[in-house]
Ligand binder design. Sequence first.
Ligand SMILES: [Fe+2]
Ligand SMILES: [Fe+2]
Length: 168
Amino acid sequence: MKKMTEKALYDAFAGESMAHLKYLIFSEIAEKSGLKNIARIFQAIAYAEFVHAKNHAQNLRIQSEKTEENIQSCIEGETYEVEEMYPAFNAIAQLQDEKGAQKSIHYALEAEKIHAEIYKKAKAEAEKGNDMEITEIYICPVCGYTHIGKPPDHCPVCGLTSDKFKKF
Ligand SMILES: [Fe+2]
Ligand SMILES: [Fe+2]
């Protein structure tokens, strides 16, 4: 692909990805306000943006047909976030005394460490052609703390009681 088209398509992929997430966040808010149909509109259009992002990603060859290769890309992304991106972003937020940003960066950084480790285990299995042998996966809805199997009583990152965790 020619470089300008590639850059344009990558920007479109980033934009569609952000729109997807933004609409899901807006949908949660509408749902809490009892606006069920507007929440549904947000969810449906979020899905359309996901389809657009996926089509752009296909042209950009962001994904592989091999899951182990996709997982490797996740390991690289999560490791970059843990080792470089979030520590650097945290330094900026500390310098500028932005407490809210420091908190959301801390929450993300702690979860990304776990994600990188989970992906490493997943990759080892996928390379052998195996699925992972796991039970439930739990996510803390406040901080994104990620746990496979029976979770502790409280989130070790933010302290939320684990009966509020979202199960996958
Ligand atoms: Fe992550
Ligand atoms: Fe948490």
